[in-house]
Design a protein around this ligand. Structure first.
Ligand SMILES: NC(=O)c1ccc[n+]([C@@H]2O[C@H](COP(=O)([O-])OP(=O)(O)OC[C@H]3O[C@@H](n4cnc5c(N)ncnc54)[C@H](OP(=O)(O)O)[C@@H]3O)[C@@H](O)[C@H]2O)c1
Length: 254
């Protein structure tokens, strides 16, 4: 059994697309995986898809509930944690005016507040164990997104916070800021967007998580995975903001 089997990695949002793939690609390193989410049946499916389900564990916690974060932190108190993957997240598609304020604030709680709070609580142990943090942000954090404005704001905050923290800690811990573009997970359905044929920029989940874990192996960094997402990122940087915003508004309009 590999040396890592005594060390734990917490994956938030392990019942969804990226979370399941993180679990599959991390298991061969020998870690004990703590699979977090809200949907027990889907978390069990993630567990069943692994080679050694008996080595891993499931933890239920709603990151938007009043005590969700503190319950999650308490539940892993005694784990020898070496890795934290802040992956849980969702967006809401629609006009700002017609989208309720409660779900919009929930996006900020899950996508921005939870990663910051979890990292702050778990950082002393992660530093002691020479560990790592992966923050799953988005290319939505690189550009304002009409009709998903609060999601883009949360991801912009996450990217800026994660990159600043990586610099501040200066290699004392490995940090990856993962910034994917569109990907075939449950994200689109949860956001309320109609399922379409998919965008040209959509990249396979396996490619995204593989690129992220390569960045981790290389000491951490900002990871835009795969050539399609790299192309989208390059376009975000060169297309004038006014033109880019009107293209995005046309694409995203309900
Ligand atoms: N797919 C894309 O196009 C894309 C692109 C860029 C970035 N991302 C980011 O990738 C991350 C993973 O999403 P995904 O694409 O894999 O979507 P997904 O399949 O919908 O998975 C989302 C995961 O987040 C969990 N989650 C959502 N709200 C939660 C809450 N309040 N409390 C606890 N867990 C919660 C879900 O758990 P339950 O279902 O158990 O509640 C699920 O496991 C997100 O941060 C997303 O913003 C996605």
């Amino acid at each position: 059994m590999p040396e890592q089997s005594r060390k734990s990695v917490l994956i938030t949002g392990a019942s969804g697309g990226f979370g399941i793939e993180f679990a599959k690609q991390m298991e061969p390193s020998g870690y004990r995986l703590i699979l977090h989410g809200r949907d027990k049946a889907r978390l069990q499916m993630t567990l069943d898809a692994l080679k050694h389900p008996d080595r891993h564990a499931i933890i239920l916690a709603d990151l938007n509930a009043k005590h969700g974060l503190s319950e999650l932190i308490a539940a892993i108190e005694h784990e020898p944690l070496v890795g934290l993957i802040n992956n849980a997240g969702f967006g809401i598609w629609g006009t700002f005016e017609q989208t309720g304020i409660v779900p919009q604030i929930d996006v900020i709680k899950t996508d921005l507040k939870a990663p910051i709070a979890l990292t702050h609580a778990l950082l002393p142990g992660l530093l002691k164990n020479d560990g790592f943090v992966i923050n799953v942000s988005s290319l939505a954090g690189e550009y304002p997104l009409p009709y998903m404005s609060t999601y883009a704001a949360a991801k912009a905050g996450l990217t800026y916070w994660s990159e600043a923290l990586r610099t501040e800690l200066n290699g004392r811990i490995r940090i990856v800021t993962l910034a994917p573009g569109p990907s075939p997970t449950g994200f689109r359905v949860v956001s309320g967007m109609p399922s379409g044929t998919g965008s040209f920029f959509r990249a396979p989940i396996q490619v995204i998580i593989h690129a992220c874990l390569r960045t981790l192996e290389n000491g951490g960094g900002y990871c835009v995975p795969g050539w399609r997402h790299k192309l989208l990122y390059a376009m975000q940087k060169v297309i004038p903001r006014k033109l880019g915003l009107s293209i995005m508004a046309r694409q995203m309009k309900p």
